[in-house]
Design a binder for this molecule. Structure first.
Ligand code: ADP
Length: 330
């Protein structure tokens, strides 16, 4: 028995990284067994911040599909599709935009943060599309009448806005067309990047999910350790070391031993990094093999996405009729 219907999406705006995997995808893979899931590669959302250079968009979509499938997302169990392939996402976003107060959008906490962050890189983020991002997100969820949305703590405000848009619609048009979606929280913690800040594409501090063993070692080599340690037998302070933060996540068997040896000056940073890289490569080995296989089959990936879009389309068209009837847009 399904516990409800889920919609979730991810932007194809660069290389999928371990933070995305640990923070979102790993949870989706668990949810696929209990819920009816719609998972979308939300390319229209990617345009809200990458509108000025779309040259890599199609490659990023293919890469993301490969990452999802190699990690274990099942295209038979779930509806996996590209957002723009189902035109009703854009149509519903336009309709919802008519009744969404501007002040609701302006007060979304991540809005100002992102403007500051991307604006400082010289990009004009004062666009209509970027402000309207949460309306498009509400449309994604509402189009399938999703009842549950997996969220990290940073996205709670977005979901609350979707719930407000749902209530406003049902109230204005006097019909309970949409359920109010509930949050499904995951236990996943925020993964730090190689510089200690949150791992994020926009900080350039990621470890790509598809990193080769060489690239993995390269990225781990760049992690900062206790700067007071000069010689390898100096006692170290793991509490301020990024490598240690990763050992805690990815090497639970050895972390206690490594911590003790670091504090006693019995293990050097180079060796510690090598242990971590080997461990992470080992954990990701099967996924990487699957990934390489899938990369050789672009035809199959396209078929999966077409099949997903067809299934999503059936539900979207049906719901759109009801939505437009409620609004007298006939
Ligand atoms: P990015 O910050 O790299 O642009 P997104 O904002 O596109 O990542 O996030 C996509 C998904 O991955 C979201 O569900 C988000 O919560 C999750 N996520 C992103 N970075 C991390 C991280 N460092 N740790 C845990 N989860 C993360």
């Amino acid at each position: 028995m399904s516990k409800g219907r889920i919609f979730s999406g991810m932007q194809p705006s660069g290389r999928f990284h371990l933070g995305n995997y640990m923070g979102a995808l790993e949870n989706w893979i668990k949810l696929q067994n209990d819920y009816e899931c719609f998972f979308s590669i939300v390319d229209l959302h990617a345009l809200t911040s990458s509108y000025d250079d779309t040259s890599k968009l199609q490659d990023n979509i293919m890469e993301m599909a490969i990452d999802w499938l190699s990690a274990g997302l099942d295209p038979e169990k779930n509806v996996i599709f590209v957002q723009s392939h189902v035109k009703e996402h854009a149509e519903l976003a336009l309709l919802l935009g008519m009744s969404t107060p501007l002040s609701w959008l302006e007060r979304v906490p991540t809005y100002k943060d992102k403007i500051a962050n991307l604006g400082s890189q010289g990009k004009d983020m004062y666009t209509y599309g970027f402000l309207g991002y949460p309306v498009l997100m509400a449309a994604d969820i509402m189009l399938y009448k999703a009842t549950c949305v997996p969220v990290g703590e940073d996205q709670t405000a977005h979901l609350e806005l979707t719930r407000e848009i749902v209530r406003r619609f049902n109230y204005l048009y006097k019909k309970d067309v949409f359920p109010e979606p509930e949050a499904v929280y995951s236990k996943a913690k925020v993964l730090p990047g190689i510089d200690g800040r949150k791992m994020s594409k926009s900080y350039g501090n990621t470890i790509p999910f598809g990193a080769s063993p060489e690239e993995m070692m390269e990225r781990i080599r760049m992690m900062t350790t206790d700067p007071a340690r000069i010689k390898k037998d100096d006692p170290g302070n793991p509490d301020i070391c990024i490598v240690y933060a990763f050992q805690k996540v990815f090497n639970t068997e050895e972390v206690v031993d490594i911590e003790a040896k670091c504090r006693a000056g019995e293990i050097g940073c180079v060796q510690c990094k090598k242990i971590l890289a080997e461990k992470m490569n080992y954990m990701l080995a099967d996924i990487h093999t699957k990934r390489e296989e899938l990369k050789q089959k672009p035809g199959y990936i396209k078929e999966v996405l077409e099949f997903g879009a067809q299934r999503a389309q059936v539900e979207a068209s049906k719901n759109m009729v009801e939505i437009k009837e409620a609004m007298n847009v006939l």
